[in-house]
Design a protein around this ligand. Structure first.
Ligand SMILES: *[C@@H]1O[C@H](CO)[C@@H](O)[C@H](O)[C@H]1NC(C)=O
Ligand SMILES: *[C@@H]1O[C@H](CO)[C@@H](O)[C@H](O)[C@H]1NC(C)=O
Ligand SMILES: *[C@@H]1O[C@H](CO)[C@@H](O)[C@H](O)[C@H]1NC(C)=O
Ligand SMILES: *[C@@H]1O[C@H](CO)[C@@H](O)[C@H](O)[C@H]1NC(C)=O
Ligand SMILES: *[C@@H]1O[C@H](CO)[C@@H](O)[C@H](O)[C@H]1NC(C)=O
Ligand SMILES: *[C@@H]1O[C@H](CO)[C@@H](O)[C@H](O)[C@H]1NC(C)=O
Ligand SMILES: *[C@@H]1O[C@H](CO)[C@@H](O)[C@H](O)[C@H]1NC(C)=O
Ligand SMILES: *[C@@H]1O[C@H](CO)[C@@H](O)[C@H](O)[C@H]1NC(C)=O
Ligand SMILES: *[C@@H]1O[C@H](CO)[C@@H](O)[C@H](O)[C@H]1NC(C)=O
Ligand SMILES: *[C@@H]1O[C@H](CO)[C@@H](O)[C@H](O)[C@H]1NC(C)=O
Ligand SMILES: *[C@@H]1O[C@H](CO)[C@@H](O)[C@H](O)[C@H]1NC(C)=O
Length: 691
C-alpha cells in the first residue's frame, strides 16, 4: 500500500517537474478530449507503456502533442498493441472525431486493417498531416477527404487501397505531399489535380492507374518530385511537363508510354534524376534537350525503343554519375574528347544497342561500365577494369561477334570495319544479309545480270565450239568431252595424290577457330558437295572452307578434287590452300577467299565512293575479260587436262573473281571425269540455254 502510494506521488512529482521544466506544456484542459483519448487508447489497444493511466496525456503520453491544453497531434507510429488488442486489430479511431483541433495523425507502421472512415473528411477539418503508411488500410479512398482543405501532407502508401482516386482531392489546395504509392488503385489520374498548386511531391507509383498523363500537371510549378512509375499509363509524355522548373526527380518508368522525349523537357532546369526505363518510348534524343539540364545525375532510359545518335553534350553533363541506356537501338560512335570531370561517376550501361567505332576515353570517367552487345571495334583501352565487353567486334577480346556479323553491320552502314585488326578482305560479305536491304536494286541487278550472263554464255559457246573443233582435229579419240581416258579411275584413298601439291594440312582446332566453330553466321551456303563457310586463318588470311560430310556425299568426291589439284598447273581455278582429313566422317578443304565473290555477285557492286550506295555496273571490258577467262578455264578442263574433265555445274555462281577480276573456276567437286554421255548432254544443254 505504502509502496503504491509513494509510486503515485513519485509520478505526480515527475509530472510536476516536467511541467516546471517545460512550462509551455499545459496539461490537457478539455474533458471531452481526455475522454476521446481514452476511447482511442482502448479501441486501438494501446499499452500503458506508451499511454499510462493517471498522468497528464499532454505531458507524458508518448506521441501526443498539445497546444494550450488541447490535443493537436497524435503519433502512434510504430506502437505495439496490447495482447488483447492484437487479437482483432481494427481501424477503430472514433475518438479522433472529438479532437477537434487535431492537426496531425501519424499511424504509420501501426496495423489498421479496414477502410478509411468517411467521417474523417467531415470531422477532422483541422487536419494538416495524415500519415497512414504501411497500415494495411484497404477499401477505397473516401471522396470526403477532399473536404480536409487544410491538409498539407497525405501519405497512404504501402496499403491495400483499391478503387479510384476521388476527383474531390483536387480541392486540397494546400497539399504539398501526396503519396499513394504501392496500392492497387485503378482508374485515371484525376484532371482536378491541376488545381493542387502547392504540390511539391506526388508519388502514385506502383498502382494500376491507366489513361494518360494529364498535360496540365505541367502547371504544378512547385513540384520537385514526380513518381508515376509502375502503372499502366499510356500515350505520350506531355511537353507541358517541361514547365516543371523545380522538378528534381522525374520517374515515369514501367508504364506503356509511347512517342519521344519532348524537347520541351529542356525546361526541367533542376532535374537530377530522369528515369524513363521500361516504356515504349522511341525516337532520338533531341540535341536541344540536354544542354539546359545541367543538374542531371541519373539518366535511366533502359528498355525502350530509342534510336539515333546520342547528343554529344550528354557526355559532358558535369554531374552525370549514372547513365543506363541499355536495351535500346541507340547508335553512333563515342565522342573523342577526354572528359576532365573531377567527379568519378558510378555507372555506364549502354549494352544492347548499336554503338560502333573505337572505344574512347570518354567512358573512363565511370567506375562500372557495360558495353556488351554493341558493335565496338578496334583495341580496348589500357587499364579497363569492371568493364563488360562481350559481344562486340573488338580485337583480342573473347566472346565477340562473328566476323560475318561485324562485317555486315559495318557494310550496311557504308563503314569500314577493321576486321579485328587482320588484313582486309575487301569482298562483300558472303552472308548476303546486306543484300536484303535493297530489294528493288537487287531485282534490277538480277535482270541486268541475266542479260550480262547471256552475253557471257554466248561468248563461251563460241569459244567452246572453237576449242572442241581444234581438239577434234588434234585428238583422234573422237569424243571431245565425256568419257575418261584409259586408266584414270578415281584414285584410291591415300594413294596417288601428291599431297605436296595440295596445300597445307590444317588441324581441326585451327579450322574451328577460323570459322567461329563453323557458326551459322559464317555459313555461305549448303552446296551439293558440302557446306561452305567463311573463315579467317590465324595468320589473318581470309579463306573459304568446305565441310564435306562423307556419310552423305559420295565418299571419295573430296579425293577426286584433291587429285585434280595435285595435277593441274593452270591458274584459272580457285586455289586450294589446304585440307584437314583428320576426322573420319568430315573432311575439310580450304580455299583462297575470292575478294570479288562469284559472277552473280559482282556483275554489280556497291561503289564505296557513292553516298547513296547505288549499284554500279561492271564495265564491258571487264565483262569481256571475265568471259574469256571462263572460256579459258573450260577449255583447259576439256582439252588440256589429262584425263579431260567435265564441269558439271557451270553457272554464274561457280565462276569466281579474284581482286583483279581474273576468273577462277570453283565448285570443283562438281567436276567429274567419268560417266560419259549424260554429262556431255548436260553441258551442251547448259550452253545452249541462251539461244
Ligand atoms: C464525443 O463527444 C461527445 C460529446 O461532446 C460524446 O457524446 C461522444 O460520446 C464522444 N465520442 C467519443 C468517441 O468520445
Ligand atoms: C512518431 O513516433 C515515433 C515512435 O515513437 C518516433 O520515432 C517519431 O519520431 C515520431 N514522429 C514524429 C513526427 O513525431
Ligand atoms: C510519422 O512517423 C514516422 C516515424 O515513425 C516518421 O518517419 C514520419 O515522418 C512521420 N510522418 C510525418 C508525416 O511526419
Ligand atoms: C485551416 O488553417 C487555417 C490557417 O492555417 C486556420 O485559420 C483555419 O482555421 C483552419 N481550418 C480549420 C477548419 O481548422
Ligand atoms: C464534404 O465532401 C462531400 C463530398 O466530397 C461534399 O458533398 C460535402 O459538401 C463536403 N462538406 C463540407 C463541409 O465541405
Ligand atoms: C498554397 O497554399 C496557400 C496557403 O498555404 C494558399 O493560400 C494558396 O492559394 C495555395 N496556392 C495554390 C496555387 O493553390
Ligand atoms: C518511384 O517509385 C518506385 C516504386 O514505388 C520506386 O521503386 C522508385 O525508387 C521511385 N523513384 C524514385 C526516383 O524515387
Ligand atoms: C532495333 O532495331 C532492329 C532493327 O533495326 C529491330 O529488329 C529491333 O527490334 C530494335 N530493337 C529495339 C529494342 O527497338
Ligand atoms: C546493363 O543492362 C543490361 C540490360 O538492361 C543488364 O542485363 C546488365 O546487367 C546491366 N549491366 C550492369 C553492369 O548492371
Ligand atoms: C579521335 O581521336 C583520334 C586521334 O586522337 C582520331 O584519329 C580520330 O579520328 C578521332 N575520332 C573522332 C570521332 O573524332
Ligand atoms: C581495311 O580497309 C579500311 C578501308 O576500307 C581501312 O580503313 C582499314 O585500315 C583496313 N584495315 C586493315 C587491317 O587493313
Amino acid at each position: 500500500m505504502v509502496d503504491r502510494r509513494s509510486l503515485v506521488s513519485l509520478a505526480f512529482l515527475f509530472s510536476l517537474l516536467f511541467q516546471l521544466t517545460f512550462e509551455q506544456i499545459e496539461p490537457l484542459s478539455s474533458r471531452v478530449e481526455r475522454a476521446a483519448l481514452f476511447d482511442l487508447r482502448s479501441s486501438l489497444g494501446l499499452r500503458s507503456k506508451e499511454w499510462p493511466r493517471n498522468v497528464d496525456p499532454c505531458s507524458l503520453w508518448k506521441g501526443v502533442t498539445c497546444e494550450n491544453g488541447r490535443v493537436i497531434g497524435i503519433n502512434i507510429s510504430g506502437f505495439r498493441r496490447t495482447r488483447l488488442g492484437k487479437l482483432s486489430p481494427q481501424f477503430s479511431v472514433q475518438g479522433l472525431a472529438n479532437l477537434t483541433l487535431l492537426q496531425s495523425f501519424n499511424a504509420s507502421n501501426f496495423l489498421l486493417p479496414g477502410r478509411i472512415p468517411d467521417w474523417f473528411g467531415f470531422q477532422l477539418s483541422s487536419l494538416k498531416v495524415l500519415d497512414l503508411r504501411s497500415c494495411s488500410v484497404n477499401g477505397a479512398i473516401p471522396p470526403s477527404l477532399g473536404n480536409l482543405t487544410n491538409l498539407t501532407s497525405l501519405y497512404l502508401s504501402d496499403n491495400n487501397l483499391t478503387g479510384i482516386i476521388p476527383n474531390s482531392l483536387g480541392q486540397l489546395l494546400r497539399l504539398s505531399v501526396l503519396n499513394f504509392s504501392r496500392n492497387s488503385i485503378t482508374g485515371t489520374i484525376p484532371a482536378s489535380f491541376v488545381s493542387l498548386g502547392n504540390l511539391s511531391s506526388i508519388d502514385i507509383s506502383a498502382n494500376s492507374l491507366s489513361g494518360s498523363i494529364p498535360p496540365d500537371i505541367g502547371a504544378l510549378t512547385r513540384l520537385q518530385y514526380l513518381n508515376f512509375s509502375s502503372n499502366m499509363l499510356m500515350s505520350y509524355i506531355p511537353s507541358q511537363l517541361g514547365n516543371l522548373s523545380s522538378l528534381v526527380d522525374l520517374d515515369l518508368s514501367f508504364n506503356s508510354l509511347t512517342g519521344g522525349v519532348p524537347p520541351e523537357l529542356r525546361g526541367l532546369r533542376s532535374l537530377q534524376r530522369m528515369i524513363l526505363r521500361n516504356n515504349m518510348l522511341d525516337g532520338p534524343l533531341s540535341e536541344n534537350l540536354l544542354p539546359t539540364l545541367s543538374q542531371l545525375q541519373v539518366v535511366v532510359l533502359r528498355q525502350n525503343n530509342f534510336t539515333g545518335d546520342l547528343p554529344d553534350v550528354l557526355w559532358s553533363l558535369p554531374r552525370l554519375s549514372y547513365l543506363d541506356l541499355s536495351d535500346n537501338n541507340f547508335t553512333g560512335i563515342l565522342p573523342n574528347s577526354s572528359s576532365n570531370h573531377s567527379v568519378t561517376a558510378e555507372m555506364l550501361n549502354i549494352s544492347n544497342n548499336m554503338f560502333y567505332g573505337n572505344l574512347s576515353r570518354i567512358i573512363r570517367r565511370f567506375n562500372v561500365i557495360d558495353l556488351s552487345s554493341n558493335y565496338f571495334e578496334g583495341k580496348i583501352l589500357d587499364s579497363m577494369l569492371n568493364v563488360s565487353l562481350n559481344t562486340n567486334c573488338l580485337q583480342n577480346v573473347s566472346n565477340q561477334r562473328t566476323t560475318g556479323e561485324c562485317q555486315s553491320f559495318y557494310a550496311e552502314r557504308g563503314l569500314a570495319f577493321d576486321n579485328f585488326g587482320r588484313p582486309n578482305s575487301t569482298g562483300p560479305p558472303a552472308t548476303g544479309s546486306s543484300r536484303k536491304s535493297n530489294r528493288d536494286k537487287i531485282i534490277l541487278a538480277g535482270v541486268l545480270g541475266g542479260v550480262g550472263l547471256l552475253f557471257i554464255l554466248l561468248l563461251l559457246l563460241v569459244l567452246f565450239l572453237l576449242c572442241t573443233r581444234k581438239r577434234r582435229n588434234s585428238n583422234q579419240r573422237g569424243n571431245g568431252v565425256g568419257p575418261a581416258p584409259v586408266g584414270s579411275s578415281p584414285p584410291p584413298p591415300g594413294m596417288s595424290i601428291n599431297f605436296i601439291n595440295v596445300g597445307d594440312s590444317f588441324t581441326m582446332q585451327q579450322l574451328l577457330q577460323a570459322t567461329g566453330d563453323f557458326s551459322d553466321a559464317n555459313l555461305i551456303k549448303h552446296g551439293h558437295s558440302g557446306d561452305l563457310f567463311n573463315g579467317v586463318l590465324e595468320s589473318g588470311v581470309p579463306v573459304v572452307i568446305k565441310r564435306i560430310d562423307v556419310r552423305t556425299t559420295k565418299k571419295d568426291s573430296y579425293l577426286v578434287e584433291l587429285d585434280f589439284f595435285s595435277k593441274i598447273s593452270q591458274t584459272r581455278f580457285v586455289p586450294l590452300l589446304g585440307h584437314c582429313l583428320e576426322n573420319e566422317n568430315e573432311k575439310f578443304l580450304v580455299y583462297k577467299h575470292m575478294p570479288n565473290g562469284d559472277l552473280s555477285n559482282s556483275l554489280y557492286y556497291r561503289n564505296s565512293t557513292s553516298e547513296d550506295g547505288t549499284l554500279q555496273s561492271l564495265d564491258w571490258i571487264t565483262r569481256l575479260k571475265i568471259a574469256i577467262g571462263a572460256a579459258e578455264a573450260l577449255s583447259y578442263l576439256h582439252n588440256e587436262c589429262n584425263p579431260p574433265f567435265v564441269h558439271r555445274d557451270i553457272q554464274a555462281s561457280s565462276i569466281f573473281l579474284d581482286d583483279k577480276y581474273e576468273v577462277r573456276l570453283g565448285s570443283l567437286s562438281e567436276v567429274c571425269t567419268q560417266e560419259g554421255d549424260s554429262h556431255q548432254s548436260k553441258i551442251t544443254r547448259l550452253l545452249r540455254l541462251p539461244q
